[in-house]
Design a protein around this ligand. Structure first.
Ligand code: FMN
Length: 186
């Protein structure tokens, strides 16, 4: 059955056991039935280089990445904070997307989330990511914040995300994402 709303998830960590990726994968279980979430891989994207940015001869990984983004109605971006900042792999992915003539991000709502073993829940990274998304003409969902701190304590032995407060924030944030997507579709 065709799902009504298409969400694309992007994770700012390439780590095999990334807490952020685990949470992103669990988001699918928190979504209403009419939503579909696909995860866009960013590991194979080359470092942005204007010499590689040739419209009819783009690196294949860039073509595939942009194609996934193009079909999205909205996004979930979840990321760790690296040195108080947006991890370079995520910035790199957004830089590639920003150069596409298809404008695959522009005008689309985005939920911003982050998880860290530290205490700040990626707050500093999220401030940067929000302004980056505004620059890209995206529509960041302002509330509620999804700041998951002490994330290493928030999975059970089977790898399930068990932070009830965090889940409630994710659900409410996604409800606001969906509301804005549906408003945009009208
Ligand atoms: C280069 C680097 C910088 C980091 N800087 C921060 C930081 O500024 N704030 C923070 O809370 N954690 C920081 N961390 C710790 C990460 O939050 C932690 O490694 C986290 O588990 C990464 O997310 P992941 O599990 O999704 O890969 C840093 C980790 C690395 C590798």
């Amino acid at each position: 059955m065709q799902k009504e709303i298409k969400i694309v998830g992007i994770c700012g960590s390439l780590r095999k056991d990334s807490y952020n990726m685990k949470i992103l994968k669990s988001v699918g279980n928190l979504l209403p039935d009419n939503l579909e979430i696909n995860i866009a891989e960013i590991a194979e994207l080359p470092m942005y280089n204007e010499d590689l940015d040739i419209p009819d001869n783009l690196p294949q990984a860039v073509v595939e990445f942009v194609n996934i983004l193009k079909n999205a109605d909205g996004f979930v971006i979840i990321s760790p904070e690296y040195n108080y900042a947006v991890p370079s792999v995520l910035k790199n992915a957004l830089d590639w997307a920003s150069r596409s003539k298809d404008l695959p991000l522009s005008g689309k709502p985005v939920s911003i989330m982050g998880a860290t073993p530290g205490m700040s829940g990626t707050a500093r990274m999220q401030v940067q990511l929000q302004s980056l998304c505004v620059m890209l003409n995206m529509q960041p969902i302002a509330k509620p914040d999804v700041l998951i701190n002490a994330v290493h304590t928030k999975f059970d032995a089977n790898g399930n995300f068990i932070d009830e407060q965090g889940k409630q924030h994710i659900i409410k944030n996604l409800e606001n994402l969906v509301r804005l997507i549906l408003t945009n579709k009208k």
